[in-house]
Design a protein around this ligand. Structure first.
Ligand code: ATP
Length: 327
């Protein structure tokens, strides 16, 4: 078993609230256990540029409440190449690093696994950090809860104005491949319809729904459209406008405001638990694993398995319930 003496931590891909509590947990758990820790700036790019610095417990003071990531993040093309990986490896060795914690989504894990297979003397543990909640091996990913709450707060405000003016709003929320945020936000805000990348809703069905709502004396309607819906909120609104005359129809794209903001209690605790577990896994000699939370227990999943099984599974029961509760 390889004994770890110095670890590096990085955040990669899209930022997600909860990354900072996770970094804090990684740094403090490592130092508590007598390890040294380096913070890598800008994800894999920082490994290639040798952009890293030694961290101590005070490096992560007062960051629990911060959104984004103090280490910065990046999408790094050179890390996809053998040359880029070799440079990253040499820099890690030069800094005396033998363990790596990567916080990010499936792209980040794909890079981590490739790297670790090429250079197995650097142990690698992944932490699921993405607002999309679409990783196998963890019921929740960092940032999903906060992002959903942010979306709910925005939709509640839109509902006020929709109701005052008898309007129908199409609201686009994040999720290119995953309807997780759309579905949870839809249930929480009583959306009249939720359109997801995983389910093809016919426009005729949507229009029937909206007409039934009007017949049932609804004064406003909200349709949540996940970013990954193939028609997009503007085109949908245009189509519906041709047949629905009883509502003034508006479109709102929530955009990047969904990524930011102070992490919720849930994401602070999840980040702390996963960061703590990631370092303990490295200390136990684990590598090429992802730490996740299943049934409120920490679980280790092989990165290989997490990536091959990776696919968001739509919870049909929630979808059905949402349809019934919004009549
Ligand atoms: P999010 O879910 O928020 O998009 P992500 O981790 O999936 O997060 P990506 O941009 O897909 O985000 O991946 C992050 C980084 O991981 C990439 O910029 C790249 O540096 C690295 N990466 C992705 N795929 C590979 C690969 N096949 N080989 C090596 N590195 C990769």
């Amino acid at each position: 078993m390889q004994k770890i003496s110095k670890i590096a931590v990085l955040t990669s891909g899209g930022d997600a609230p909860g990354m900072n509590p996770c970094i804090r947990a990684v740094v403090r758990t490592a130092i508590y256990n007598g390890l040294h820790v380096a913070g890598v700036r800008q994800g894999y790019q920082g490994l290639i540029d040798n952009n890293m610095y030694d961290m101590d417990p005070r490096s992560v003071s007062n960051i629990l409440n911060l959104g984004g990531t103090i280490l910065k993040t990046a999408r790094c093309l050179p890390f996809r190449t053998d040359e880029g990986m070799e440079t990253a490896y040499k820099n890690l060795k030069a800094n005396g690093i033998d363990g790596l914690v990567v916080i990010g989504g499936d792209g980040t894990f794909t890079g981590a696994l490739r790297f670790s297979k090429k250079y197995p003397d650097i142990a690698v543990i992944g932490v699921p950090g993405t607002i999309d909640n679409d990783l196998y091996g963890s019921t929740y990913t960092l940032g999903f809860d906060t992002a959903t709450n942010t979306v709910i707060e925005a939709i509640d405000k839109i509902r006020d104005t929709a109701d005052a003016h008898d309007r129908l709003f199409f609201i686009e929320v994040m999720g290119r491949d995953s309807g997780a945020i759309a579905l949870r936000a839809g249930i929480s805000c009583g959306a009249e319809a939720i359109l997801l990348p995983e389910r093809d809703t016919a426009i005729e069905h949507l229009i029937e729904n909206l007409k039934a709502g009007q017949y049932n004396k609804k004064s406003s309607s909200i349709v949540i459209v996940a970013e990954g819906d193939k028609r997009g909120a503007y085109d949908l609104a245009e189509e519906v406008r041709k047949q629905v005359k009883f509502y003034d129809i508006k479109v709102t794209i929530l955009g990047h405001l969904q990524r930011g903001g102070s992490p919720s209690a849930f994401d602070r605790i999840l980040g702390s638990r996963l960061g703590f577990a990631a370092v303990n896994a490295l200390i136990k000699g684990e590598t090429q694993k992802m730490v996740g939370l299943e049934a409120n227990h920490i679980k280790l999943t092989d990165l290989e398995e997490a990536l091959t099984q990776h696919q968001f599974k739509l919870e049909e029961d929630l979808m059905e319930m949402s349809d019934i509760l919004s009549i």
